[in-house]
Design a protein around this ligand. Structure first.
Ligand code: MTE
Length: 315
C-alpha cells in the first residue's frame, strides 16, 4: 500500500518534494492553479453551501493503491456532534450549519492576525487532491480523496512568531443553529491542536472538498483539518478560529476523558483505547477486519517527529 507522492514542483511544493525525495515518488505533471478565479465573484455561501464540483484541482498529489470508500458512506456515516450524536444525524441536520457569512479569526502568535473571510483565507492556495486513509479511534476506517492544500502554506503566509509552538483550531459556536451545542455532550466549542512541526508537516492539510466537490456540511464545510496519521477526532471540522500559542492547548476529547484520548492521538496498533482495541480496524464496506498500521501507514513520513517520545505514554 504505497503512498505515492506526486508534487507538481510548484515553488510551494519543492520543499515537500525534497522531503520525500528518497522515498517512493511518483512524478506526473499537472498544472497548479489557484482558487482565486473561482472565488473572485463568489459569496462565501457559493463556495461552501452546495455540494457542487470544484474546478481546477491538481490531481494525484498523494495517491494510494487502495479502494476509495464510496462517497455515500463517507457523507452519511459521520461524527459531527454539533449536528447530532448519531452517525447519520449530521447529514440529516446538514442545512443547519450556517455557511453564508463564514469568517475565520486568526489570533495569537502570528505576524498576520485578524478576521479573514473564507475567500481571503483560501486566496492563492492551489487545490490538490490527496487520497488518504482516515482512521477513527472507534475502530473504523475509510479511504477518502480530499481536496485541499497544505496547512503549512497558510501558516507561512500568517508567519508564526517565535512564541508559536502550537496551532489551535476551533469550530463555530452557535447553539441557536447547531442542535448538538444545546446539549452537554462535549465542552463547546470543539477545539483541537497540533504541535507546530506537526502543523507544518507536508501531509497535514486544510480540506475544502472531497471527491472533487465541496465538502458537505456534515463532513466539515467549509474548511476542516485533515491529519492522516492521527485518529479522526484530531481532524476538526468547520473551523472558525486559528490561533498560534506558546502553551499546549486544552483539546476537546482530551478534556472530556484524558485517559481515553491523548493530545497526540497518533494511530498506534499497540496502544488500546479502554473501549476499543486498536490493533485491528474495519474498513467501511468490508467484512473482515484488517490490521491497523502504525501512524495509519504514514510512519515513513512522520515517525521522526516523535523519535524521542514514549508513544505508550504520549498517546
Ligand atoms: N469536528 C467537530 N467540530 N465536531 C466533531 O464532532 N468529530 C471528530 C472529527 N472532527 C468532530 C470533528 C471525529 S470523532 C471524527 S472521527 C472525525 O471528525 C469524523 O470525520 P468524518 O465524519 O468526516 O468521517
Amino acid at each position: 500500500m504505497p503512498l505515492r507522492w506526486n508534487p507538481d514542483l510548484t515553488p510551494e511544493e519543492v520543499t515537500a518534494e525534497t522531503l520525500f525525495r528518497q522515498r517512493r515518488l511518483f512524478m506526473k505533471g499537472a498544472l497548479a492553479t489557484t482558487v482565486s478565479t473561482l472565488l473572485a465573484s463568489s459569496a462565501n455561501h457559493l463556495l461552501a453551501a452546495s455540494h457542487a464540483a470544484l474546478p481546477r484541482i491538481q490531481k494525484g498529489v498523494v495517491t494510494l493503491d487502495e479502494n476509495q470508500t464510496p462517497f455515500k458512506d463517507v457523507s452519511t456515516y459521520t461524527n459531527f456532534y454539533e449536528l447530532g450524536s448519531g452517525k447519520s444525524t449530521p447529514a440529516a441536520n446538514a442545512e443547519r450549519l450556517p455557511l453564508d457569512t463564514w469568517q475565520i479569526s486568526v489570533e495569537g502568535a502570528f505576524q498576520q492576525t485578524g478576521p479573514f473571510t473564507l475567500q481571503q483565507l483560501l486566496q492563492g492556495h492551489p487545490l490538490q487532491e490527496r487520497i488518504y486513509r482516515f482512521r477513527c479511534v472507534e475502530g473504523w476506517s475509510m479511504v477518502i480523496p480530499w481536496i485541499g492544500f497544505p496547512l503549512r502554506d497558510l501558516l507561512s503566509r500568517l508567519q508564526p512568531t517565535q512564541a508559536a509552538r502550537y496551532i489551535v483550531f476551533e469550530t463555530l459556536y452557535d447553539p441557536a443553529h447547531l442542535p448538538g451545542q444545546t446539549e452537554k455532550t462535549l465542552p463547546w466549542p470543539y477545539r483541537e491542536g497540533l504541535r507546530l512541526d506537526e502543523a507544518m508537516h507536508p501531509l497535514t492539510i486544510l480540506a475544502v472538498g472531497m471527491y472533487d466537490r465541496h465538502l458537505p456540511p456534515q463532513n466539515g464545510a467549509p474548511l476542516r483539518l485533515v491529519v492522516p496519521w492521527k485518529y479522526g477526532f484530531k481532524s476538526i471540522k468547520s473551523i472558525v478560529r486559528i490561533r498560534a500559542s506558546y502553551e499546549q492547548p486544552q483539546t476537546t476529547w482530551n478534556q472530556m476523558a484524558p485517559n481515553e484520548y491523548g493530545f497526540y492521538a497518533n494511530v498506534n496498533p499497540e496502544v488500546s483505547h479502554p473501549r476499543w482495541p486498536q490493533n485491528k480496524e474495519r474498513r467501511i464496506g468490508e467484512l473482515l477486519r484488517r490490521p491497523t498500521l502504525p501512524f495509519n501507514g504514514y510512519a515513513e513520513q512522520v515517525a521522526h517527529l516523535y523519535k524521542d517520545m514514549d508513544l505508550q505514554k504520549f498517546f
